[in-house]
Design a protein around this ligand. Sequence first.
Ligand SMILES: *Cc1c(COP(=O)(O)O)cnc(C)c1O
Length: 390
Amino acid sequence: MNPPSAPPIPFFTQASSFERCWPEISRHLNALLDRGKYSHGRQVVELEGVLADYTGAAHVLAVNSGTDALTLLLRAAGVRRGDEVVVPAFSFVATASSVSLALATPAFADIDPESYALDPESAEAAVTDRTAAIMPTHLFWQMADMTGIGEVAARHDLALVEDSAEAIGMRWDGTHAGLLGKGGVLSFFPTKTLGALGDAGAILTNDPTVAELAGTLRHHGRMGRTTDHIAGISNLSGASGTNSKMDDVQACVLMGKLPHLDDDIARRAQLAEAYTERLSGVPGVLRLPSLAKREVRTDPVFYVYVIEVERREELVGHLTRQGIGTEVYYPTPLHLQPCFAHLGHRRGDFPNAEAACERTLALPFHHDLDEDTVDRVCEAIRTFYAGSRA
Ligand SMILES: *Cc1c(COP(=O)(O)O)cnc(C)c1O
């Protein structure tokens, strides 16, 4: 039992991670204050360079969020008004809302229950003569089946774009997530593996045309250094650009944290292992994270630690009463979200996505967690199921 005085365990915090990186962050902030250009200035350009080194991308475009990164990427990859884009029914809402924002329609498909990512067979079944692109999501700790999805894209001549918002550090046969097709994105939302002090994101691509178009769109459709704004370029959906520029303050934070990223990723792998060891065989815990078998080497990165459980809401109540924070990623499948009701889907259309929404639970997870805390969380889960079975 936990002593009544045990401190609460938040689902997420990055306080001590900031403390550790503060000398580097403040060096970049001082340079920013000296220079005084606070939006899309020199620090943003520097960040794009270090992210290109880290990921191996030929082009990195820093923007203000992962959601805008997805929307601009889809537009720059040639998705146009009225097109369809195949996306998984189990993901963060931005995977599908970015398609709507690019004036196209999401075409949902089911997931593979082990990787929680787009299932190639279901994706192929969603292809119609209006499909322009296919966009798998790499969720939680591993990448989608990029061989199977790549084959579907090739067979139907679809642009392959990746929602790699959660996937910094994940690699497929040595290639960083987001770089297996036309391009991908990163999100630096504070809870992400590399989190900023607010919203931020980036587009990754090896395609110079995609990079040029996305770069134009993020800055009011401005072309290079001119003050002309593009008007109805025929291969863009929507005539105008927008303001999706990144703030230099976020670039300073991210540059200060990036040198620690690989250590953080290694630490997260240890914590995931600690959870898995302690939760193995606990009755009521239906599934622990596993890696889908792939024919190439993949480098998993734990962004969150997600398990599947029986009687989830009761367990959440029990943990909350002990001061333990949890999250549900994601409570509603995308095909049943009110914003996509006009597409006419029903419960039962994508059973694996629906089951994942009902059973998954994310446990406290961040690189400042220690193993005693992991013990406490696992003990609380064990006690809940033991008590309710006695
Ligand atoms: C976080 C996330 C996004 C969106 O990123 P924001 O930076 O929050 O806009 C998109 N897709 C997935 C799968 C995500 O996890």
